[in-house]
Each structure stands twice: as C-alpha cells, then as structure tokens.
Design a protein. Sequence first.
Length: 466
Amino acid sequence: MSQTLLVRSTKIRTTSLYRSLSLASRHYSNQTLKDKFSEQIPSKIEEIKTFKKEYGKTVIDKVTLEQAYGGMRGIKSMVWEGSVLDPEEGIRFRGYTIPEIRKLLPKVEGSAEPVPEGLFWLLLTGEIPSLEQVKALSNDIASRSELPDHVVQMLDNLPRDLHPMAQLSMAVTALESESKFAKAYAQGVNKKDYWSYTFEDSLDLLGKLPIIASKIYRNVFKDGRVGTMDTNFDYSKNLSHLMGYTNNDFIELMRLYLTIHSDHEGGNVSAHTTHLVGSSLASPYLSLAAGLNGLAGPLHGRANQEVLEWLFKLREEVNGDYTKETIEKYLWDTLNSGRVIPGYGHAVLRKTDPRYMAQRDFAQKHFPDYELFKLVSTLYEVAPKVLMKHGKTKNPWPNVDSHSGILLQYYGLTESSFYTVLFGVARAFGVLPQLIIDRAVGAPIERPKSLSTEKYKALVRTIGNQ
Ligand code: CMX
C-alpha cells in the first residue's frame, strides 16, 4: 500500500471510529430502557450461572414445622432483584431507602416528588435514569394507552356495585387479547426472546392502566367519561387528569403514592402471586391480574379501604371527641370483637413502615391541620401501646395502608372502595420489572413441596429418631 493510500485509509478508519464512538455516546445518553436492559442480560445470566455453580449446594435457611403451618413466614426461597425488606429499616429499592429515592430519582419541572417511571427504570436495571430518559419512558408508556373496544364495553356493562378491584382484575385479564408475549409464544418464539415480548406487554399494560383505573372510577362514581393520555405529561399527571383531579398537589401526591406503593420485595401476596403465575409463562396480563386478585384481600391491599371505613366509624362513634381515652376504647372494642386494627401490623416489618412516614411527611408539609390527619396522628400515639398490651401482633406499628386513605380524602377522592385500585396501578410498577427479569434469566416454573399433616407427623417422628 502506498504511503498516501495508507494515510488516507487510516484517516477514514479514524473518522469512522470517531463517528461510531460519538454515535455510541449519543446512543448512550439517548439509550432507551429496553436497550439498557438488553445490554445487561448476558452478564446477569453469567452472574447467576457462576453463583449457582459455586454455591448451589450451600444451605441458606432451615425450615421449621411452624413455618410450614404459619404461611411460610420468613423462609428464604425466592429471588427478587428490585427490592429487599429489612424488618427494622424497611424497604430498599436496589439499595436505596425511600428518603434516598425521593431525593435521587429524577423529578419533572416544578415537582418535589420522584416519578414512578424513574423507579421502574431503577427496579429493572439497578441504575438511576436521567430526567431525559425518564421523559422518553413516560412518553413511550403514554403512547400505549389505547384500550380495545371489548374492554371498554365490558367495563361499561359491569354492575356499578361490583367492587372496583374485581373490575380492575377483569379488565387486565380481558387485555390478554393484546398480549404480544402470548402471540409470540404461540408462534414458537425462541425462549431467549421471551423477555423482549414481556417487556413490550409490561409497558403496554402500564400505559393502559391509567385509562382502565379512571374508567372504573368515573363509571362507578362519576359520569363515566374519560379523556385520553397526553404524551407530554408524566404518568401521575395523566392518571390524575383522567380521574378528574387537576390540582398540582394531588398530582404530587400521586407521584409519591405510586412510587412508594410499587414494590415491597417478592414474598407479599401480590408480588409473589404475579411471579408464581408468571413462572408458568402465562402472559404479563394474566400474571398481573392474578397478583391484583391477591392485592384485593383485606389483609393486604384492601386494608387501605378498611382503614378509612374503620376511621369513619370511629369518628361517628366518638362524635368529634378525639381524646386518647375515647380512641383507646374504640381500639379495644375492635380487638375484643375479634377483628384486626386495619393499617397496623406487618408480616415482615417490626417498626413503623417508612412508607407510612413518607406519607406523614407529605401531610405535614401540605395540610398539617387537617382533621383526619390529626386523628391518624393521635392513633399513631395510642394504637401501638394498645396492640402491645393486647400482646398478639408481632408488630404494633402502622403500615402503608394506615395513612394513604386520608391523603386522598383531603383532595376530595373520598370513594374508599376505589383506593386499592390505585395501589394496584402502583404495584404494576414493582412486579412487572421482576417478571421481565425472570423471563430474561430463564427462571423456572415455581413448584415448592407440600405435605399432608399425616406426612409431616411421620417426618417429625423420623427426624426425632435420628
Ligand atoms: N390487629 C389485631 N391483631 C393483629 C393485628 C392487628 N393489626 N396484626 C396482627 N394481629 C394478630 C394476628 O391476627 C395474629 O392473631 P392470631 O394468632 O389470633 O392468628 C397475631 O396477631 C400474630 O400475627 P402477626 O404474626 O403479628 O402478623 P401476620 O404476619 O400473621 O399478619 C398482617 C400480618 C399484616 C396480615 C396483620 O398484621 C394484619 O392483619 N394487619 C391488619 C391488616 C392490615 O393492615 N393489612 C395491610 C398490611 C400491608 C399490606 O399488605 O398492604
């Protein structure tokens, strides 16, 4: 090669290398969530493979008979990448506490609260996105909001007194018709690509949930009319507007609400059910609907409705007399009638739920003198002492559901049977990232072992004789 040719070809190579490098860095700053996650998959698969190979036979836990009969409490037997719950400290999302994510996750202009789209990115990738990336994600999600006619018609035909959670679960189930995963699976797609279709379904689902939730809200309690998503709005602003709430503070509340209600590690009923059903390769629609059915139980997500109804009965009974003595009596009456104090206790936590504290912080900032906030605050002083004296619950402190209802009441969203629907929308942000991860790493179908009491007795005898 002549000198001139060599110089020219080096120059061309350098220029094209420079161009591809600059493209790569531009690509990086504009990198979509799907690109980012796709890039991480090979190393995640390798990490799990090596870890299992090296430590696969390590005994990580022992299980007692009490645990087998006691709702499997505390048994370490699931993998959940997005969050870990510590009994004393509370939830950490990919290592970050709630106060940390409130500070670190991107915020849209004029807002002090993080957006749940940012948390979704963090839960899926372990990285905090830029504001630009979050905005692109909000836009992408909002562009997927259209509902098929049969879902709209079904919702319009449901009886108004059917619980909003049943309506939500039915609508999500009926959206199975839209599942890209189910279609691809039927066409025999390679299992390596399952995650990609699960990702698409997950974003589609997130996009459709605000319309579904608002349709349910407006069908049951208002005029049945719902607008459309605005691709320039963030998720919480869209959801609030669709429901008919345009107050900026309410939108702020929704940003906080959706973010902190999203994920609470994998063992809770809604997260575990979504994961379990998803492990059979049911589509994200059917998997999430199953999780929502679990969330609808009064000991889980529906506790937010129970709290409000219980508080209103209290208010009626004490007739404005919010002294500690009258509240204490009401608490004992509830306990003595064989019911639980809704919004108190937790299967894992042994301290006040940080999600309760975040909502308390919001109330203190926005409406410290609100009557129901004062009532909830007095309860916080009285109920733990009563529950400790009662001596049954392992955790006498308030959980997330203890506070959420009165925040919504303040802004005029008074229909408490709708509250768990908002929890359900939020939960989608927490459970869908894990479903995508499960499909990317090829998580197996879940199948723990059960025994009959007779077999357990035999097992205990055998162990005793050893
Ligand atoms: N009021 C009265 N008794 C309570 C209680 C409460 N808030 N919380 C627990 N207990 C009782 C239990 O019913 C149980 O009684 P039994 O021995 O008679 O069965 C005993 O205390 C021990 O229960 P635990 O080990 O402390 O709690 P669990 O892990 O079994 O249950 C939970 C956890 C959340 C279901 C329970 O604390 C409860 O029922 N709380 C009220 C409902 C509620 O707020 N649920 C929302 C939780 C958060 C969420 O998932 O959204």
